[in-house]
Write a protein that binds this ligand. Structure first.
Ligand code: ISL
Ligand code: CA
Length: 540
């Protein structure tokens, strides 16, 4: 394995709308990010991945792009963006852009021209006289009718996100150009949205499924692999950059085909199997969280994937403390345990804004407080099902992607230091006690723990590049060695909450030095009793 810089980089994901508003319009923006660069630098992160900041009608908060070479005025100007790249660079921080290859906005010039009957652009998308039975990721049919015409177009996501036709060489060339445009500005790579569904083999009828009928015709197709290889050769290899694919429905083996070193496609991918540990097939049908299932999924990727992109949160997922920890009784401890987890696994770690202060799920009380297009689509479907209203509401509030999109909590003032105006999305009431300023002041702050863990990881060859070996342990305890030559650490995490029986690591007596701990132990002879969410890193 090569030791390219992005393997030991620590990436911090920014959801720009919700990070920091600089001009009081209630929407986070690029000057706001610049304001916070010193804070980000102080955490020790190396790279910022920005969720989309391109021109967009915002039906899916920027994942519906109407101009790939323009900055949305909500976020600022191109000058602001260039300044961000420069200011970040001055602090040793790189910028990674989000790139949506699967679809554009229906307000993109290409789609408009296509609707105007321009043959060239019609072939950028999929128009058909009849729709097939394919389903959309956001619920319902993947086809919608073109207004006032007898034809339909394909959209795997919202109806304002028509899918691009990647078998058309013109589409390929457009993206070669777009990628070069940003790389020439000095960005360090791309997070490529749903990048393993971009090439459709055919538009034949799909096999019936509960959701996503038709997926067998577009999931990780050979054509898709071919495009990734060509983009790598024609564009990416000419720059010092990396790509991380957001890839749906992959396991470690199919992931390796998309990012393995000798495949020359992507550099790493986000898998979803650990995010499915508390769901039944589709995320809207939750089952109780059981740490064993999470551990099993993570272990599977640690063992099977060449180089995982590790994450516990992003802008599509509920907050990890609310999900895998205990926000009521052990918020700080569980946030710190999850920090140890994310930063000690093999692979490149991604931290999502607010994770470093243990932010929790949004406290939404009514549907109108939720802005996410997916939530509204799904709620419309739920409404038709024979379920109690309270059940539908529970599903909505637990799963809505807005849980992770509430504004960043900087201080305990009325608008959390996020804006001086009306925030675009409801700020969580708990910003009164969960916020950066108070966390920094408190004795056992979560941010300080992040700094410590990040700094330790950077000093540890074992954590950055070591191999991974799981240690058998009691249920809900995740323990492993990371070893690189002489450098060896043992990581132990009790992922159980309050438990009658204290979990044990089977028969292990430890002769090691604790270098990181969320409960303040200095030395451990025997890992007998682990407190709820206790986590430690030992040099052994
Ligand atoms: O969150 C999901 C569904 O509930 C995921 O299936 C998600 O839609 C999928 O991972 C794709 O996500 C990405 O592309 C979407 C965009 O809405 C998401 O925000 C983005 O992360 C469409 O561009
Ligand atoms: Ca703003």
């Amino acid at each position: 394995m090569n030791k390219e810089w992005w393997r030991n980089a620590i990436v911090y994901q920014i959801y720009p709308r919700s990070f920091k508003d600089s001009n009081g319009d209630g929407i986070g923006d690029i000057p706001g990010i610049i304001e916070k660069l010193d804070y980000l630098k102080s955490l020790g992160v190396d790279c910022l991945w920005l969720s989309p900041v391109y021109a967009s009608p915002n039906c899916d908060n920027g994942y519906d792009i109407s101009d790939y070479k323009a900055i949305h005025p909500d976020f600022g100007t191109m000058e602001d963006f260039d300044l961000l790249v420069k200011e970040a660079k001055d602090r040793g921080i790189k910028i990674v852009m989000d790139l949506v290859l699967n679809h554009t906005s229906d307000e993109h010039e290409w789609f408009r021209k296509a609707l105007d009957g321009d043959k060239k652009y019609e072939n950028y998308y999929f128009f058909r006289e009849k729709k097939n039975n394919w389903g959309s990721f956001f619920g319902g049919s993947a086809w919608d009718k073109v207004p006032a015409e007898d034809k339909y177009y394909l959209h795997l996501f919202s109806k304002k996100q028509p899918d691009l036709n990647w078998s058309n060489p013109d589409v390929y060339n457009e993206f070669v150009d777009i990628m070069r445009f940003w790389l020439d500005k000095g960005v360090a790579g791309f997070r490529c949205d749903v990048v393993n569904v971009i090439y459709k083999n055919s538009l034949e009828k799909g096999k019936r499924k509960i959701a996503l009928t038709g997926i067998e015709h577009y999931l990780s197709t050979e054509g898709n692999h071919d495009i990734l290889r060509r983009l790598r050769k024609d564009v990416l290899d000419k720059y010092d950059c990396f790509t991380v694919g957001e890839t749906v429905f992959v396991d470690p083996q199919t992931a390796n085909l998309l990012m393995g070193e000798n495949r020359k496609e992507l550099n790493m991918v986000f898998g979803f199997e650990h995010m499915e540990c508390d769901c039944r097939k589709i995320k809207w049908f939750r089952r109780a969280y059981n740490p064993e299932r999470l551990i099993r999924a993570l272990d599977k990727w640690q063992v099977g994937c060449e180089w995982p992109a590790n994450y516990l949160e992003n802008h599509d997922q509920p907050r990890s403390v609310s999900r895998f920890g205990d926000e009521e009784n052990c918020r700080k401890e569980s946030a710190k345990m999850l920090c140890v987890l994310n930063l000690s696994l093999r692979g490149t770690p991604y931290i999502y804004e607010g994770e470093e202060i243990g932010m929790t799920n949004g406290d939404f009380k009514k549907l109108a407080e939720i802005k996410d297009v997916e939530s509204h689509n799904v709620y419309d479907i739920l409404k038709k099902l024979p379920l109690r209203k309270s059940t539908k509401d529970r599903i909505l509030y637990k799963c809505t992607r807005d849980n992770a999109r509430t504004p960043m909590q900087w201080d305990n003032s009325a608008t959390a230091g996020f804006t001086s105006g009306m925030p675009w999305l409801k700020i969580n009431g708990n910003h009164e006690w969960i916020n950066v300023e108070d966390d920094e002041k408190s004795e056992n702050g979560v941010i300080a723990f992040y700094r410590e863990m990040i700094a330790y990881r950077k000093s540890s060859e074992a954590l950055q590049f070591g191999d991974y070996k799981r240690i058998p342990a009691a249920k809900g305890v995740y323990a492993f060695y990371r070893t690189a030559g002489d450098s060896r650490v043992m990581v132990v995490m009790n992922m159980n909450g309050y438990n009658e029986e204290m979990p044990k690591i089977d028969g292990k007596t430890i002769d090691g030095k604790v270098v990181i701990t969320n409960y303040g132990r200095d030395f451990v002879e025997e890992l007998g009793e682990l407190k709820p969410y206790e986590a430690m890193v030992l040099e052994v």
